[in-house]
Design a protein around this ligand. Structure first.
Ligand code: FE2
Length: 749
């Protein structure tokens, strides 16, 4: 048995994935355990859970694979600073300690965090887009396919086209930093007042309310887009290379004013900007898909990378019939790259013959349910100990009871089986509601999710009834394809309302899941992958005649999706959800003791969305006895040396040094035997030295940036050797480049 652990960390969404003999055993994001949204720290808790789930220890692992090549990424960062200097000093000062503090030495970081790894277990590296491509192709049902990966940036690549065949992936073309569709979309996300790397979904949800009046301006001023989908950005309008913000003030002027602050109201201008960038993004993605088809000749397409989460564009690619079938990795962002890294090391091992790949139908992702599961008895005792009033349902009564609640327009928290891997809840960690209700979207947004009311919810629909409700030509099990609601179900547009006010108008007979442009972000439910959810939908259809339910992730704004039953219970108490079903345990809000409900921490919206912490932010406090022993040994040795020299120079003053030395030796002995006693001094000294050292290092780094890097950058640029390709060339036929030859998995560069 070969057990391979894939990791992603230090940028967006840290995650761990465990693959045993090619089978995906477990995968989860760190945020679900740490309860810190988009947690990018080393995924210690996710790793520990993956190993526990498989009954393994660190010592059992045959390889650990990191999802990018850190040295290449660092070199690209240096090239970026050389390109923009003297601007970018602040980003240099912030980033360099993070690189030195662990990002550059991933082998050391992994071995330090996983001390049980055997010496024979290698730490391997894929490139970032190799990991995305592997996550898109290997779990897919296709033996041969085109692979399109599009994101912000990996090492250098921002977009790649590859061909997958059997167990091999061949990278064919790439676009390179700083020309990135992901960064372009994120720039508009920032401009409209949403968080980069998490607010892109909001921008996409806003787009249908606006008109694409700025689309030509984006095409003409911000881009040079070729017919084959390759493009370059006009970097005069962006400042992401300097690292302080995404956009330059020239960008503000282009779109009629300053960027929206998150607390400011959304104006018509923002709606139009959102619609315009969405339109251009769809246009680019369509061209990229056509190019992928032309270059590979494949009939099916796999996608991954953060931009593959743009499900409106995905729906368009499908409707344009560029490919026969489309499969998108449900964890398309960087979390999924942890899985891709592990699969790449399995199918393209650094030594030995690659194993044969047998694609599975519908795919190998197990419906995305790769996280922790639940045990009914444990759930019931936890809930009762917490003071909850619990009804234990049996198999026969579970579905009818929940169907009746939903038919009565109740909002139901629904926690079943294993947690989903990726950004969407797919019916295992979900909040469900009646799609027929005109009030459901507003109620769920404002009373349960505490978020903007313009955002639509996704429909769950029985796979076999999909065509009755939507114009969708293939299953969409991961909620990654948007398709139109069927014309006969639509209501005419409201005559009086405009802009965001249109959200209150029911747009179809299933208004809770129909966006203002009559689109829906569909999740099809089949009886094989989701038997219980399928039964629930079937039961709901029998009672109401409607085979569609509202599905939204079980969390509130600013928090990760719930992981455990106790997370679910806390979230249930914090919100105004009517019922919670965890396994076979049912909690009705009306039954719960008043003191429990009133004693719960209610949500305070202004406290939501905490800023993520990055590696290098704050002192690194290690909580192992070996660290406290090391701390004692170092300080005793330093004090001993000082004492010795003082005694040599001033023998009369320090005549008692042997006694002092004896005391130091006693401290050393206690430190070795009782290291825990030195935890607090260790923490105090580490924090103090960090706060003294940080400003000094910032001054030194800033001087280095201006005195060394800036002149060197000037010389390079003056000599025509700009480290990164910046210029647009309207006469050039294409910007596609050939990817460098594959680099060995043992190499971090
Ligand atoms: Fe990525």
């Amino acid at each position: 048995m070969r057990k391979i652990l894939g990791l992603s960390a230090f940028y967006h969404d840290a995650a761990a994935a465990l693959v045993v003999d090619g089978e995906i055993i477990a995968a989860a994001q760190e945020e679900r355990f740490s309860r810190r949204k988009n947690d990018d720290r080393f995924p210690s808790q996710a790793i520990a859970w993956c190993l526990r789930e498989a009954g393994l220890t660190e010592a059992d692992l045959d390889a650990v694979v990191f999802y990018d090549k850190p040295i290449l990424k660092f070199v690209r960062s240096v090239e970026t600073w050389l390109t923009v200097a003297p601007r970018g000093a602040r980003s240099f000062v912030q980033a360099l300690p993070q690189w030195v503090g662990g990002r550059l030495n991933i082998v050391g970081t992994v071995r330090e965090e996983l001390p049980g790894l055997s010496n024979s277990c290698p730490v391997l590296f894929t490139t970032h887009h190799q990991a995305h491509a592997a996550s898109a192709f290997y779990p897919s049902p296709f033996d041969e396919a085109a692979i399109l990966t599009v994101d912000g940036v990996g090492e250098y690549a921002t977009t790649t086209i590859a061909r997958g065949h059997g167990n091999a992936i061949e990278l064919l073309q790439e676009l390179r930093f700083p020309h990135s569709l992901g960064l372009l979309y994120s720039a508009f996300t920032a401009y409209c007042g949403f968080h980069v790397n998490s607010g892109e979904y909001k921008l996409m949800g806003l787009a249908p309310y606006g008109e694409p009046i700025y689309a030509d301006r984006i095409r003409d001023q911000l881009l040079d887009l070729k017919a084959d989908g390759s493009f370059r950005l006009n970097l005069d309008f962006f400042s992401f290379m300097e690292g302080e913000s995404m956009i330059h003030p020239r960008f503000h002027d282009l779109f009629g004013g300053h960027p929206r602050h998150p607390s400011e109201p959304i104006e018509t201008r923002h709606l139009n900007v959102a619609r315009s960038i969405q339109t251009v993004t769809e246009e680019i993605l369509l061209r990229l898909a056509r190019q992928a088809r032309a270059v590979t000749g494949a009939r099916d397409l796999c996608m991954a990378g953060g931009v593959a989460l743009n499900c409106v564009a995905n729906g368009l690619i499908l409707r344009e019939k560029i490919f026969d079938r489309l499969w998108i990795q449900p964890a398309a962002g960087d979390a999924g790259a942890a899985l891709g890294a592990a699969l790449a090391a399995w199918y393209q091992p650094p030594e030995g013959a690659p194993p044969t790949r047998r694609p599975q139908s519908p795919d190998s992702m197990k419906g995305g349910a790769l996280g922790p599961g639940i045990i009914d008895d444990d759930v019931e005792s936890m809930l009762r100990e917490s003071g909850a009033v619990v009804h234990r349902l049996d198999d026969a009564s579970l579905v009818p009871t929940v169907v009746q609640l939903l038919a009565d327009q109740k909002v139901v928290g629904w926690v079943q089986g294993r947690m989903e891997f990726g950004p969407r809840a797919l019916g295992n960690r979900s909040i469900l509601g009646d799609a027929r209700s005109p009030r459901m979207q507003s109620v769920m947004n404002l009373k349960i999710k505490f978020r903007e009311s313009f955002r639509p919810f996704a429909p769950l629909v029985l796979l076999e009834r999909t065509a009755d409700y939507f114009d969708l030509t293939q299953p969409s099990p991961y909620m990654l394809i948007v398709a139109p609601v069927r014309p006969e179900l639509r209501h005419p547009p409201s005559s009086g309302a405009a802009g965001l006010d249109r959200v209150h108008h029911p747009h179809s007979t299933i208004p809770a899941v129909t966006h203002v442009d009559y689109s829906a972000r569909i999740q099809t439910v089949d009886s094989q992958t989701h038997p219980l959810l399928h039964r629930l939908l079937t039961g709901f259809e029998k009672v109401t005649g409607c085979a569609v339910l509202v599905n939204t992730s079980f969390n509130i704004r600013g928090e990760p999706i719930i992981c455990t039953p106790s997370d679910a219970y806390r979230c249930f108490l914090k919100t105004e959800m009517d019922a919670l079903v965890v396994g076979h345990c049912l909690l009705l809000r009306a039954d719960q003791p008043r003191q429990v409900v009133e004693g719960a921490d209610r949500v305070r919206v202004e406290e939501l969305e905490p800023a993520p912490t990055r590696i290098g932010d704050g002192p690194k406090l290690r909580e192992q006895p070996s660290e406290w022993r090391k701390f004692v040994a170092v300080w005793v040795a330093a004090a001993s040396l000082l004492l010795y020299f003082l005694h040599r120079r001033h023998p009369s003053t320090f005549s008692s040094w042997p006694y002092l030395q004896g005391i130091l030796l006693a401290i050393l002995g206690v430190g070795m035997l009782r290291p825990r006693w030195f935890r607090q001094p260790y923490r105090a000294v580490t924090i103090a030295t960090y706060h003294v050292g940080k400003p000094i290092s910032q001054v030194v780094l800033r001087l280095f940036f201006w005195v060394v890097l800036t002149p060197f950058g000037w010389i390079l640029r003056a000599g025509g050797h700009a480290p990164l390709p910046l210029r647009r060339d309207p006469a050039a036929p294409t910007y596609w480049g050939t990817p460098p030859a594959p680099r060995g998995l043992h190499r971090p560069a």
